[in-house]
Design a protein around this ligand. Sequence first.
Ligand SMILES: *Cc1c(COP(=O)(O)O)cnc(C)c1O
Length: 516
Amino acid sequence: MSNIAQLTPATDNPESTPMIEVNDASRGLNYDENLLFEKERTDTPGVDLPELKGTKSRTGQATRKSIGLHQVSEPQVVRHFVRLSTKNYSIDSGFFPLGSCTMKHNPRLNEKLARLPGFAHIHPMQPESTVQGAFAVMHELQEWLGELTGLPGVCLTPAAGAHGELAGVMTIRRAHDEQGNDEKTVMLVPDSAHGTNPATAAMCGYSIRVIPTKETGRVTVEAFKEALYKVEADGKDVAGMMVTNPNTCGLFETDIADIVDLLHEAGGYFYCDGANFNALVGSIRPGDFGVDVMHLNLHKTFSTPHGGGGPGSGPICVAKRLKPYVPSPLVVKEGDTYRLERDGERPTTCGRLKGFQGQFGMHVRALAYMMSHGADGLKRVSEDAVLNANYIHAKLKDDYHSPFEGPVMHEALFTEKYQKEHGVTTLDIAKGLVEYGMHPMTVYFPLVVNGAMLIEPTETESKAELDRFILVMKKLAQDAKLKGADYFHTLPQSAPATRLDELKAAREPKLRWKKC
Ligand SMILES: *Cc1c(COP(=O)(O)O)cnc(C)c1O
């Protein structure tokens, strides 16, 4: 990897030709980027200046000892970080089919609006009268999210999807506590759930009862009933159920309405993990099929940047009867004036989750996205997302094993089954995609199938880009047959870092640089 050019000394007189090492090794315009510490040279000035000889401090202050930072010049520092920045793969540099993450294009209009001085330069402790416009944006966003989900109680503070789940389950917990439902100690969670679902329920003090989905990829009424009535004949120990819909296999939970009715009969609340709302937005309203609480990932469905690109935002939307319990503060409107709820104004709240009002910049971006699309545009978004995923599913299902019957929603699930016959695994296919300059899909998730490959194209990819991806995937399937595992284990060959020893990286991570 390290590509050090050396001039070979002339053989007749080795002393006459100096050895020159080209340390910032480059191939083409691709740099092998060492640590800054490794670039330092003792003969160049950097942060620590050499001690001055023959002078005496006249200020009387203690002299600072060397602080041990690397001795590199300003241009070296600038180049180092600029080069590192170009190694960052992002949705702005290429196709990013990471399933369950909805890595879609963030229209620059959103950025432009979030940077307006009236939004970007305000402070959360300014007097309310001076930030009425910001409150108006938040209030409008609350209204839009309430309308789109059919769940009118909207709290914008959670800072991510998982944080939204925490807010949602705390809301459920607070409601049960308030109603004296002490016997409700169990949360039902299907085995296909995103890991954050059971983790959240456990954090809120619930024990988890798992619903198996192996055969169909969906929660069936039978499996649900078995879990609901497992311990108590009327299911009175069940506080609620957390379901992702469409689920993490990319499938719509078709029995959901019946399941919700039975759950409600037993006094449980229905939590819908709405991270995959991109497949539904504008087409159906979860509140209409009985959802009580749902979080949304603004950084997925509503196009605000994520994955290293910015903070997330995971508002929750709840049914009217749960609104008294959501975290505070909500933005309220009185006449033409907006304000935040005051401390103690709503004693039933499950409390505060975050400093101030959440990720305000994301609220601006999300509202900009929604308003620029309009209701019809948002519907089109979800239709196109579903169409794109089905296109990929249809084109690749002869090359890759599809574990469940289609049609799919916004993502296509495959497994390594066919490639495994040639010793090639999901990880190998992922490395193959890197070789072709594409970010891999989500791998080994969901856990309900072996060697999962979860592909989410989103609506913002063109047909040409989808076709390019399909072609690469077909080529990899063909290479698996013709060239086998040995070839795949050499991939990627052209990336700055080639095949890594992932086990070693996990077991013996090098977290600190030591000067030898
Ligand atoms: C992304 C995702 C989450 C978590 O969202 P974060 O913002 O990463 O915390 C939860 N559930 C599902 C189904 C998701 O796809």
